[in-house]
Design a protein around this ligand. Structure first.
Ligand code: ADP
Length: 325
């Protein structure tokens, strides 16, 4: 479901341009009408002049001068109004489009978030009920518990993302940076992911002794979002690689997957808040469109950069670069 249908949007946009054209046409019509009136006045004044009047030439010239002055005045005022109307129209057009776009994305976000919240809760509840009601063997018990833990973790990272986005946007987030070993931080996240996703091949090649000035919590969230995406958007049998290197006095972190990759025209957009590629109705991957927005904001907080490039032959490479402390 979209907030405003395409059909309605086309109708509103057409209406807007028709109205704008009407205003501009009215402006032109006023100019023509004023000019006509001016000419009629001049003709009247000229007809009242007496040809045998000794000052005829002087008066005639004065009338003609006045006519030119009035035309210049109308043109000047007309151009100013035209520019003002056009500038106003452009601003209104852009502001409205932006607002509509944001509302639509917020609507998509609400749908996604509701779904994202309901699924883990339903799964955890079902698992716990099964554990409570039935006598299960150890293997089944362990499976149900680890499945519940996985869902609880998903819920936790979703809540963290929403909370952090609200804090960063509202300006209530207070950073407290310290010296962080990127190697240790990444290794910890990778170890956790290996536990949650035992079936996935997560390869990590991390250089030691790379320190940056940063915040543990934010950096972990950044990494978790990148890793979650790599897992979510690539086939189960494909590996995920994580590299940490020092290059030209910068710490370079890369998360590489062998999924479908990201089309060039989407590479910038995926970092926009709530943005998700494709259509909310047909998409199967879970998500809220907050993850990459947060990674970008977190990189900004660390005076670093994040970018996405194509992996060969397929997939994406997310590269985050930080200043070494
Ligand atoms: P989401 O919650 O939808 O995963 P993100 O902000 O993390 O939100 O990502 C935005 C969009 O970018 C995703 O919906 C997905 O379409 C695309 N995307 C992100 N990471 C990858 C990836 N590794 N491979 C392919 N597409 C990706």
């Amino acid at each position: 479901m979209s907030f405003i249908s395409k059909h309605k949007l086309v109708f509103l946009t057409t209406g807007y341009f028709v109205f704008l054209l009407y205003i501009l046409a009215a402006l032109l019509w006023w100019f023509i009408a004023l000019n006509k009136q001016n000419n009629a006045m001049i003709n009247l004044e000229l007809s009242l002049l007496k040809k045998d009047d000794p000052s005829y030439i002087t008066k005639h010239n004065a009338i003609m001068f006045e006519q030119r002055r009035k035309i210049a005045q109308y043109v000047g005022e007309g151009v100013i109004f035209f520019v003002l109307i056009l500038a106003g129209a452009v601003i209104v057009y852009h502001a409205t489009r932006k607002q509509l776009h944001l509302s639509q994305q917020q609507n998509n976000f609400m749908m996604a978030v509701t779904h994202e919240l309901k699924t883990p809760i339903a799964v955890a509840r079902l698992n716990l009920e099964t554990l409570q009601k039935r006598k299960l063997d150890e293997e089944k018990k362990t499976k149900l518990i680890s499945n519940t833990l996985y869902e609880a973790n998903r819920l936790n990272s979703l809540c963290n993302n929403i909370l952090l986005a609200a804090q960063l946007d509202g300006g209530s987030y207070h950073s407290s940076k310290q010296k962080v070993s990127l190697h240790d931080l990444i290794q910890k996240s990778v170890d956790e992911f290996r536990v949650y996703y035992p079936q996935r091949n997560i390869k990590a090649q991390l250089d030691n002794d790379i320190y940056i000035l940063g915040e543990d919590l934010l950096l972990t969230m950044l990494l978790n979002n990148l890793l979650e995406n790599a897992i979510k958007y690539s086939p189960r049998d494909k590996p995920i690689q994580i590299y940490l290197k020092e290059e030209n006095d910068l710490a370079v972190l890369s998360v590489i997957d062998e999924g479908p990759g990201i089309p060039d025209e989407e590479k910038k957009k995926i970092f926009i808040k709530f943005y998700r590629i494709g259509d909310e109705r047909t998409r199967t991957a879970k998500g809220t469109g907050l993850g990459l927005y947060l990674t970008k904001r977190i990189m900004e907080k660390h005076h670093g950069k994040i970018m996405v490039t194509d992996n060969q032959p397929t997939g994406s490479i997310f590269t985050a670069t930080f200043r070494i402390s």
